[in-house]
Design a binder for this molecule. Structure first.
Ligand code: ATP
Ligand code: PRP
Length: 205
């Protein structure tokens, strides 16, 4: 039995076609049901669909053998106990610093609003900019506008959300896309079948 953890939302939409091309399908009735463990067209493969941030946690602890999650989420998680095997090239965006003006940096402590605490801390530490991280769970773009922070660290794709809120994309931290990760113990115990799936998915990227 193989359990695959998929991220809800935009990653899921882009993952299902990749899995289908590799031979794994989930019927619409399953996807539209309230079930949390979904059957697939293959008897020995189950799929769980969970919040993006929970995917590496399930994989790390072996509750799922394989997971698909954004690099942003994996960087925050730290990727303990799992191997990043494949860049799927989907849900592409950039992790960036954005602010109301290019001279957002402070001689004192810079207030940074973000849900990417670890990545933001690392980035400003490297630059030698003292910072206070204000952890948010969404609507980061609001923070500089209402004076909660000097800047934000968030994902940027089209830049429309920043623009709509009067913010400018400034510093590029890292390119983001979704990755296939594997539980390190499963990679040993289920090596043949996992490698075969990775190959099948990779072939169709
Ligand atoms: P949660 O509901 O758990 O807070 P979320 O709202 O971040 O998750 P999504 O918006 O579906 O969930 O984003 C999931 C993943 O998709 C992110 O971790 C990132 O890798 C990618 N992503 C997020 N925003 C964009 C975007 N604008 N363009 C492309 N990819 C994105
Ligand atoms: C993500 C991200 C930005 C937006 C960037 O939000 O947090 O707000 O996309 O995309 P853009 O540059 O194309 O405008 P999402 O749409 O996932 O909403 P959420 O943060 O509320 O989940």
């Amino acid at each position: 039995m193989l359990t695959i953890a998929l991220s809800k939302g935009r990653i899921l939409e882009q993952t299902l076609p990749l899995l289908k091309k590799a031979g794994l399908e989930i019927a619409d009735e399953e996807l539209n049901s309230r079930k949390l463990i979904l059957d697939t067209n293959l008897e020995d493969i189950k799929v769980i669909i969970i919040r993006a941030t929970d995917v590496p946690v399930f994989v790390q602890h072996g509750a799922a053998d394989i997971g698909i999650a954004g690099k942003d989420v994996l960087l925050e998680h730290g990727a303990n106990g799992l191997f990043e095997m494949l860049d799927l090239g989907i849900a592409k965006c950039k992790l960036m610093v954005a602010a109301k003006s290019p001279d957002y940096q402070q001689t004192g402590v810079l207030k940074v609003a973000t849900k990417y605490v670890k990545s933001a801390k690392q980035y400003f530490e490297k630059k030698g900019q003292p910072c206070e991280i204000i952890k948010l769970y969404g609507a980061m773009e609001l923070a500089p506008v209402v004076g909660l922070s000097h800047c934000i660290v968030d994902l940027v794709d089209t830049g429309n959300t920043l623009k709509a809120n009067g913010l400018i994309p400034l510093d590029h931290i890292v390119d983001i896309s979704s990755r296939l990760v594997v539980n390190s113990a499963s990679f040993k115990t289920k090596n043949t079948v996992i490698k075969a799936w990775i190959k099948a998915i990779e072939k169709n990227l």
